[in-house]
Ligand binder design. Sequence first.
Ligand SMILES: Cc1ncc(COP(=O)(O)O)c(C=O)c1O
Length: 407
Amino acid sequence: MLWMAKWPGPWPVYVDVAGGSHFTCADGIDHVDLCLGDTGAMCGHAPPESVKAISEQLARGSTTMLPTADAAIAASLLEERFGVPSWQFSLSATDANRALIRYARQVTGRPKILVIDHCYHGTVDEAYATLDESGQVIERRGNIGAPVPPALTTAVVPFNDIPAMDAALSTREIAAVLIEPALTNIGIVLPDPGWHDAVRDLCDRTGTILIIDETHTLSAGPGGMIARDGLRPDAVVVGKSIGGGIPAGAYGMTAEFATSVRDSLVLEDIDVGGVGGTLAGNALSLAGIRATLSQVLTASAFDSMIDRSTEWTDGVQTLIDEFGAPWQVTQLGARAEYSFRETAPHDGAEAADADDFELQQFLHLHALNRGILITPFHNMALMSPATTSADVARHTAAFRSALQALF
Ligand SMILES: Cc1ncc(COP(=O)(O)O)c(C=O)c1O
């Protein structure tokens, strides 16, 4: 996979076996895994409850293009967590976002999507847009083979900028606002108090669908930031870890949005409408979601994940202070990230300006050489239910030696 070229060092580490919060590479070396497949394994590697349910289902047939009983149970588990009742399934969070964008265009009849500057929502064409220095929408750097100039499909506003969101939505060209409730893909950027309420109000006032993508921010707790902070989206996206390691994405809608979608569809054309995939909602994904949500990523598991993350954050902060590094660290539940600036960033551009690819490669390679994997493209660590205080302490010791080398 293309991105594997970006891991530090001349070649990626090849994995022999992964279990819990560790993996062993092909050379037999044990690693603490703080990347966890960039959230795909936030449930820990090979959680026994998920493995059991998925293995049993594998023996009972994995793909019939029909629902199993797990589908309704998985949907109700997701409803309990995120508060919206109508769910469909995909194989990835990317595809969940794509489906909701289509539905939002379909029911509003509007052409554009609004995203946040320096967002990431998977390989969704509309979201590969950013702002240039004069505030114009341009392709994000590195975008491969864009279908059309993104300004045709997308409006972009900075995170935490209510007047910019107001101006963009007032055009009534925007079908949906697609946001992470905190940015997690350009470092962690937390919302200002009141920002979410303002976004909700603006969407209500302008008839815009509000999609909250909780793929990463699920780290905030069992129901992500939606449950933790009482957010009120029209649609929700989750993915990555929810299948316990089996590809699975899900998107949920309020009854009102789901009814508008349903009323706008024609049964005869439903298979060629551009939403869905042959293996989406397959029996393995659904068995994985049911077991993982009910038995692995439980409320008590989140308590322990968040405690480990607090230990990690405290360890990093103490060393930043001790060495006088001009860096900051931000925690979002079970994930935390440091960046090369002194204060927490307020929007994506501030976070992006602090990026230093060479320094990041050094820190990642330094950690890797000490048996610790941190998330590539970031300075981020994620905790699973299996992560221990000893795992965290191993990172803190390695981070000390990295700072010793640098300062
Ligand atoms: C917020 C968010 N949404 C969606 C995705 C896409 O996930 P996937 O690559 O599994 O489709 C990502 C991936 O990093 C993400 O961070």
